[in-house]
Design a binder for this molecule. Structure first.
Ligand SMILES: [Zn+2]
Ligand SMILES: [Zn+2]
Length: 176
């Protein structure tokens, strides 16, 4: 009986051991894909800057990297903190200047979100989304809703206008 259990355990270990490289490979591939898509985003952002005639300095590259990795609509202080972790010689003035430049070039969008300060995100390419702001945590949730989009167009049309753009912010708190 004991021997049987031993054999069973050994074969179990064997199976797990044989599966291990496969599992590790899967994890590594996933990590790799994530990293590649991140690099893709950074490269894309740099390309956009170059296309707008902006010179890519080392400092701007760092700021691009942080922007491409930030999906939480950060404000300038949060961006400054993230940039500092990569290069602590980049001043907040440089960040302000770069953000303004990127915004003027249409690469970056800023939102007030009713919090009295600018929150940034990379301008989406040919896509659109709206925002929900959790007023208790400051968390920004992105959403899209076809009905709302169509309704807005209808309202404008009925008033004799063509809708050329909009921003929609919903202020929310978690249901208690
Ligand atoms: Zn919308
Ligand atoms: Zn957004």
């Amino acid at each position: 009986m004991e021997a049987k259990v031993k054999v069973f355990l050994l074969s179990l270990v064997n199976i797990l051991y044989n599966k291990l490289p496969e599992t590790l490979d899967k994890i590594n591939r996933k990590k790799h894909n994530l990293r590649m898509s991140m690099i893709g985003n950074i490269k894309q952002l740099e390309q956009k800057c170059l296309a707008k005639g902006l010179k890519m300095t080392a400092q701007r590259r760092v700021i691009c990297k942080v922007l491409a990795q930030s999906h939480d609509h950060p404000h300038v202080d949060a961006l400054y903190e993230r940039v500092q972790k990569i290069d602590n010689k980049i001043s907040i003035a440089t960040i302000y200047r770069t953000l303004r430049l990127f915004e003027e070039a249409g690469i970056l969008m800023s939102h007030d979100f009713g919090m009295g300060r600018a929150h940034y995100e990379i301008s989406p390419d040919n896509t659109h989304h709206d925002h929900m702001i959790d007023v208790e945590t400051g968390e920004v949730i992105e959403f899209t809703n076809k009905d709302i989009e169509q309704l807005q167009e209808k309202i404008c049309e009925q008033a004799g206008y063509q809708l050329i753009g909009h921003r929609l912010e919903l202020y929310v708190c978690k249901k208690k």
